[in-house]
Design a protein around this ligand. Structure first.
Ligand code: GLY
Length: 269
């Protein structure tokens, strides 16, 4: 999940792969999952990698009525002890939320929670955090009313929010960038303007990756200096390692097949 700082990533919520996973939405880089057994193996390897890096992982049961239910990132936005429950942009995914919200509310006793109303829509996958600076994708899943709702939460903390228009060939903001540390944004060439992220705080930088490594730009940095990356993206791997980070490569083929990336499969809380 892209809305917490590196040093806040101690607990993660994930959700098992449902028997219906082959029916997950695949309209962008995915061509549709074909092998549920392999998806389960890859999902377990993801959980194991988080645990090995010191993260406490809680896994919710799959919901076979919701083929996309493993992509929990979209369903809750946790920021510094507050939680926004967005109305997801895909109607078929709206009912994935209640068990996730219930779990987080009980795990984070006393957490301040707000819901979205009316026509506001947002997927958590459209939010990326770089320290005190947030970016939100205006996408096929996230609209201006959803962004306004996020902005009211971030105003409470005095955090800045910048809007990035997501090109039609991408699903979410996290489909095309991530913050493996609190001062680096990894993003691919060819999707966003060079100034899309604006002027960054001192010490922060955007590192542009070749377009063919777009999928690899979605990473999960962890407090122990480990960064989970998708297998097969040598420039991403070398770039992170040159900065002293330890990469752990995961085979994401069956997750990618449903338009999912590493961050999509967890919420840090
Ligand atoms: N398949 C993930 C999504 O479309 O939200």
């Amino acid at each position: 999940m892209a809305t917490v700082r590196l040093n806040q990533k101690h607990r993660a919520l994930v959700r098992s792969v449902p028997a219906s996973y082959k029916r997950a939405i695949a309209r962008f880089f995915g061509t549709g999952p074909t092998d549920i057994a392999l998806a389960k193996v890859q999902h377990q390897a993801y959980i194991d990698a988080l645990r090995q890096a010191g993260v406490e992982v809680h896994c919710l049961e799959a919901d076979d009525n919701h083929p996309d239910c493993i992509f929990v990132e979209d369903q809750a936005v946790v920021v510094d002890g507050h939680m926004l429950l967005p109305t997801p942009g895909a109607p078929s995914r709206v009912a994935e939320q209640p068990p996730i919200a219930d779990f987080l509310m009980s795990a984070l006793e006393g957490i301040q929670t707000c819901n979205m109303g009316g026509d506001a829509r947002m997927d958590g996958g459209d939010i990326v955090r770089l320290g005190d600076l947030f970016f939100v994708g205006r996408s096929s899943r996230t609209n201006d009313l959803g962004i306004a709702s996020l902005r009211s939460l971030l105003d409470f903390f005095d955090y800045e929010l910048r809007i990035i228009d997501i090109p039609p060939q991408a699903l979410h903001l996290t489909s095309i960038c991530s913050t493996p540390t609190d001062d680096i944004i990894l993003a691919p060439e060819g999707y966003l303007d060079a100034d899309a992220f604006g002027i960054l705080p001192v010490g922060c930088e955007v590192i542009w990756m070749p377009a063919e490594e777009t999928y690899g730009c979605n990473t999960i940095g962890l407090p122990n200096g480990t960064v989970l990356i998708a297998e097969g993206y040598p420039t991403v791997k070398a770039t992170l390692e040159q900065r002293g980070l330890t990469t752990v490569e995961l085979d994401m083929s069956e997750i990618r097949a449903a338009d999912g990336s590493l961050t999509c499969c967890s919420i840090f809380y």
